[in-house]
Design a protein around this ligand. Sequence first.
Ligand SMILES: *Cc1c(COP(=O)(O)O)cnc(C)c1O
Length: 385
Amino acid sequence: MTSKKPATLAVRAGINSDKHHGAVIPAIHLSSTYALKGFNEKRQFDYSRTGNPTRSTFGQAIADLEHGAVGIVTSTGMSAVHLLCQLLKTEDTVVIPHDCYGGSYRLFTHLEKRGQFKVIVVDQNDKRALTQALERKPKLVLVESPSNPLLRLVDIEKITKKCHAVGALVAVDNTFLSPLLQQPLLLGADIVFHSTTKYINGHSDVVGGVLVTKEQALGEQLAWWANCIGITGSPFDSYLALRGLKTLPVRMKQHQENANEVAKYLKDHSAIKAVYFPGLTEHPGHEIAKRQQSGFGAMMSFEIKGGIEAVKILFDKLALFTLAQSLGGVESLISHPSTMTHAGMEIEAQIAAGITQSLVRISVGIEDVQDIISDLEQALLASQI
Ligand SMILES: *Cc1c(COP(=O)(O)O)cnc(C)c1O
C-alpha cells in the first residue's frame, strides 16, 4: 500500500478488510478480551490493552502514511511523548527544544527533577548551543517543527545527521502538519509522533496520540512498554480518529487555503506587530518549510499592538473564533499561549522561548474565509480603541 499517494492511503485505510460480512468500513471492536482457539493457542488478539483490531487498523494507517514500520496508538498525545521516556535510563540525557509544546516541556523538566534522566533545553537553531548539547552524547533528541506557538522551523534532515553522528535517536512531533504535509521518517528521523486530537481526528471530539517508528525492533520495544504501562488508545477513539483521517486530505487543503488568506490579511494590518506563519516569504523558516514540507499548514500566531488589554478585547469581540485550547479541528480556535497551552512553562522559560503576553495563536478552521477575515477585522479594530 505504501507506494500510494498520501490522500489515497488516508481515504482507503481499513476499507474492505472485513472478511466476514464485507463491511466497507471496518467495524468497531469493543470487546476487552478474545477467546483462545484452544489451550495455549492464541489468535492475533487476546486482550484489548495489548492489541485491538480497531486500534491496530488505525495504527497501521498512520504507520503507512509516515512510511514507518510500527504504529502505536496511545490514549493521548502526551502518553505518546511519555512513552519515549521508557527509552531513557537515569544516566541518560534528552535534548528538547526551548519552544516545544508546553505539556512536553512540563513532562521532561518535571521527570528530570525526580531524577529520571537529564534534560537539556536548547534553541535548536542556535548552532553553538546545539553542538554543546550534542557533545554531551544525548540518548534522545526531541524535535518539533514547526514549533508551538511560534512556528519556528528546524531542518529535520540536518539535525538528524548531527544527532546520529553522536548516537542519539531523533523523535519528531509532527502534530502541527499531520503526515500529509511532512514525513519526518523520510528525512531520517527514527520516531515520529502526533497528538491525533488535532488534525488527524480533526473534529475536536477525541483526545489521542500515535507514535510511529522507522525500525521494527524499536517499534516492538515501545509497543511492549505501551502495553506494560497501559497507555494504549481506546477502540472508540481509534474508530473516530480513523474516520477523521479519511477526510484529512480535503480538510487540510481548505485549512491551508484559508490560512494563507488570513496570513496575508494580518501581515499588513496596522493593529499587528508581527505575524508568525511559515507560508510568508519573510518568515525565517520559509525556505526550510518549502523544502521539507508539502504545505505550510494552518497554524499561525501573531503579536497584537496594545499588549494584554488589546488581547482581552480581541478575544471578547471575536464571534467566529472560539477561545479554547487545542487546534486542528474544522472550527477556528484562538488561544493565548502564555496563560493557556504554555502555562506549564515558568515565565522565564516563556520569555526565553519568545512567548510574550501579546502573543496570540490561531488555528484557522475551514469556515468561509471571508467570514473569518471579517470577524478578525471587527475585533482587531475594537482592540485598538
Ligand atoms: C496537543 C499537543 C500535544 C499533546 O497532545 P494531547 O493529545 O493533548 O495529549 C503534543 N504536541 C503538540 C505539538 C500538541 O499540539
